[in-house]
Design a protein around this ligand. Structure first.
Ligand SMILES: NC(=O)c1ccc[n+]([C@@H]2O[C@H](COP(=O)([O-])OP(=O)(O)OC[C@H]3O[C@@H](n4cnc5c(N)ncnc54)[C@H](OP(=O)(O)O)[C@@H]3O)[C@@H](O)[C@H]2O)c1
Length: 231
């Protein structure tokens, strides 16, 4: 298990002898490579790697912030590359492995106040497809996890409408079940996933119209000043 908060990680891993703490900042390429080496030396090449680290910053594009945008890409996208670099060759050498990338239903189309987040998840969606095509015949399974809204620290205090918001436990259960089944995409909740995928099939103007008059309208008028940015 990895994250930046070393103490929190140590405390959590103390709850089971099967959990091992490997603190790291996924934005740091050298640190990530060193930690991956340490994990492999201690536990062997992992059977399953879940690249979950991510941040979500929600601001109107009228207040676009290049720094926030960069940090989101460094964490949500470059961070995955920093893990994949050292891990993929080891899995290829062994001829097996399972890589799960944490995407989001927000990666399918644009949403109001999501300019600092949704594009990172669109990149993850593309990355997963590329990895799948190149690694399947090397014995490596690739999967993308695309949740809707889930109750976590990321959504805590987020004052925008969150249709289909799920508690954490059933969301985690869906992910585990999907991984066990070897699915390529684990997308939930069902209705949100269907609507978002339908959004890809309609014309741009139909999509913009429908989204503005549902999410955009509700966001603007229910919470005119709400936004959640860097801690
Ligand atoms: N919650 C949702 O509604 C939702 C929906 C779709 C997708 N997702 C995705 O699910 C993933 C997890 O998010 P969450 O909702 O569980 O949010 P969260 O509770 O804020 O968890 C984010 C995790 O990522 C770690 N992290 C953040 N930056 C890091 C860095 N630079 N290096 C290493 N670890 C880092 C955090 O630990 P430290 O802060 O200690 O580093 C924390 O463990 C994200 O990729 C997010 O985009 C969430």
């Amino acid at each position: 298990m990895s994250a930046r908060s070393a103490q929190k990680l140590e405390d959590f891993c103390a709850s089971s002898p099967n959990l091992h703490a490997f603190p790291l900042d996924v934005r740091d390429t050298e640190n990530s490579a060193a930690v991956a080496k340490d994990i492999i030396a201690t536990l062997g090449v992992p059977d399953l790697v879940i690249l979950n680290a991510g941040i979500g910053r929600f601001k109107k594009a009228t207040r676009f912030d290049a720094g926030v945008f960069r940090t989101a890409f460094e964490t949500n996208v470059i961070g995955m590359g920093n893990a994949l670099g050292p891990i993929i060759p080891e899995m290829v050498k062994r001829g097996s492995g399972h890589i799960a990338l944490m995407g989001s239903l927000a990666g399918y189309r644009g949403f109001p106040r999501a300019a600092h987040y949704a594009p990172t998840k669109a990149a993850v969606r593309s990355l997963a497809e590329c990895l799948y095509l190149d690694l399947e015949d090397k014995g490596i399974e690739v999967c993308v996890i695309n949740p809707g809204y889930v109750e976590t620290e990321l959504t805590d205090g987020l004052e925008v409408p969150m249709p289909g918001l799920m508690p954490l436990k059933p969301a985690v259960d869906r992910i585990i079940k999907g991984l066990e089944k070897g699915k390529y995409e684990i997308a939930f909740p069902f209705l949100m996933a269907m609507l978002v995928k339908l959004g890809v099939r309609v014309s741009n103007y139909s999509y913009f119209f429908a989204t503005r008059w549902t999410m955009g309208f509700a966001t603007e008028h229910a919470h005119p000043d709400s936004e959640k940015i860097d801690k």
